[in-house]
Ligand binder design. Structure first.
Ligand SMILES: Nc1ncnc2c1ncn2[C@@H]1O[C@H](COP(=O)(O)OP(=O)(O)OP(=O)(O)O)[C@@H](O)[C@H]1O
Ligand SMILES: [Mg+2]
Length: 269
């Protein structure tokens, strides 16, 4: 079982959209049994998949209910741990625990054998669940909007992840990459920010092919569907027609298809 965290302390950068689309792609395309855990009390994972929000996370992490009683079926091969306002209670519980950094990894022990991939949709914060999610993860993708504020959020989570080695028995998650989301490549400001970020991250391969800004994403989400279901040939799904760099299996560059294919290789599926 592999655990993939999708995080950035900055809000509204496409974390939930990325988590939902990658989780759904793995479940559909690889046959992997996937669990997506909503760590954000906004409950957007359930909403994006057309499900009712619920207190799955609270029952699982605080009440200690068995995981299989806390998940709801999202799609074929895709289960969801929902989250709602009770996330505040989860945070308070975690805060008081001696094992707070290990809270999620300990609870995920129950998922071993039932799931091949766990995707953690992280909240826009740096609280106890943020650290606990990183501790539990094997790999990390950092979605980011390429504006002038992108650098701070991105470097912050990358540095936090890198420092986790100081916890006993913790291997920091491998950074699969920074994923530019809602990308508008025609603006010179965007390209300038991409350059800055590339320099800061240090390795150009860590800047993943971007996901274009695409109104189909919002529409799909409003209908409780992923773009794989709503408009599978949309730019956000399959990317740009021409790209200088690598291409995805649709012969294009970027989009959630490209991100998913790169994640698949990185995770060894
Ligand atoms: N590629 C895209 N094109 C257009 N809109 C997008 C795209 N990706 C995401 N969005 C929209 O941007 C908004 C924010 O996305 P999302 O909820 O995934 O961000 P987030 O980082 O999870 O936010 P939060 O920090 O609040 O949890 C949503 O309305 C979503 O539908
Ligand atoms: Mg979110």
């Amino acid at each position: 079982m592999k655990v993939l965290a999708i995080g950035n302390q900055k809000g509204g950068v496409g974390k939930t959209t990325t988590a939902v689309h990658l989780a759904h792609w793995f479940a559909m395309q690889t046959g992997a049994r996937v669990l997506i855990v909503d760590l954000d009390s906004q409950g957007h994972v359930a909403e994006s998949l057309g499900l009712r929000s619920g207190d799955g996370l609270f029952r699982w992490l605080v009440r200690g209910d068995a995981l299989d009683r806390c998940v709801v079926p999202g799609r074929l091969h895709l289960d969801v741990v929902t989250n709602d306002h009770t996330a505040e209670l989860v945070k308070a519980h975690a805060q008081g625990s001696d094992f707070r950094a290990y809270l999620i990894s300990m609870a995920l022990g129950q998922a071993e054998g039932d799931y091949d991939l766990v995707v953690l949709d992280m909240p826009p914060s740096t609280d106890v669940l943020h650290v606990s999610a990183l501790v539990a993860s094997d790999a990390l993708i950092v979605p980011a909007v390429m504006d002038h504020l992108a650098l701070t959020g991105v470097m912050s989570i990358i540095n936090t992840a890198a420092q986790l080695g100081r916890y006993p028995n913790v291997t920091p998650p491998a950074l699969i990459g920074v994923l530019p989301t809602m990308f508008e490549r025609s603006t010179s400001e965007t390209m300038e920010n991409v350059k800055r970020l590339q320099e800061a991250v240090g390795d150009f391969r860590l800047l993943l092919p971007p996901v274009p800004r695409d109104t189909h994403v919002r529409e799909a989400s409003a209908y409780g569907k992923t773009i794989w279901e709503y408009w599978p040939t949309s730019p956000a799904a399959v990317g740009y027609e021409q790209g200088k760099l690598s291409r995805n299996s649709a012969g294009r560059t970027g989009g959630y298809l490209h991100a998913a294919e790169i994640a698949r290789t990185a995770l060894g599926f």
